[in-house]
Design a protein around this ligand. Structure first.
Ligand code: FES
Ligand code: FES
Length: 170
């Protein structure tokens, strides 16, 4: 099967022999995306997070066949550049919110998707630390996924998301 997608604003066509092939592998192996990582493979850690038509998605469990033809897919690779990072990327650097950084793709893409969806629904407030902690814990309404940092950088991750949210909502 094949899918024509808009990946980070560019048209791509991916083809897989097996309908159960996961989106993560198509992105990494056919589209040279190195942002989304394979962590757990069972939707538990968030390392593989991408946005599909704006929806936070765990690409390790999403079969390519379940991605709509023509869907927009955003990955960390296309979020910003070294010279012009997205506010979330700039905040993570400024707050030094990573140690090994394996989890950071999920933290950044999840938080971007969360704040953008809040704004799209008319909520342009800066989330409180408790709201952000709930989001990262999978406890906020409509966001069942949790985000795991094995290094224990959660406090700096909370700081970074807050700083980025201030920028994104201003
Ligand atoms: S690799 Fe997808 S959630 Fe862990
Ligand atoms: S910084 Fe290492 S897992 Fe989060």
């Amino acid at each position: 099967m094949t899918r024509n997608l808009e990946l980070n604003g560019q048209p791509v066509t991916v083809a897989v022999p097996d309908d159960t092939e996961r989106l993560l592998y198509a992105l990494r192996e056919q589209c040279d995306q190195i942002g989304p990582k394979f962590g757990c493979g069972v939707a538990q850690c968030g390392a593989c997070t991408v946005l599909v038509d704006g929806v936070i998605s765990r690409s390790c469990i999403v079969p390519l066949a379940a991605v709509p033809e023509g869907a927009t897919v955003r990955t960390l690779d296309g979020l910003g550049t070294v010279d012009d990072p997205h506010p979330m990327q700039a905040a993570f650097i400024d707050k030094q919110a990573a140690q090994c950084a394996f989890c950071i793709n999920g933290m950044i893409m999840g938080a971007v998707g969360w704040i953008e969806s809040r704004m799209a629904s008319g909520n342009s407030s800066v989330p409180s630390r408790a709201e952000t902690a709930d989001f990262l814990s999978g406890a906020s309404e409509g966001n069942p996924f949790n985000y795991v940092c094995r290094c224990g950088a959660h406090n700096r991750i909370l700081d970074a998301i807050h700083a980025a949210a201030v920028e994104m909502t201003s």
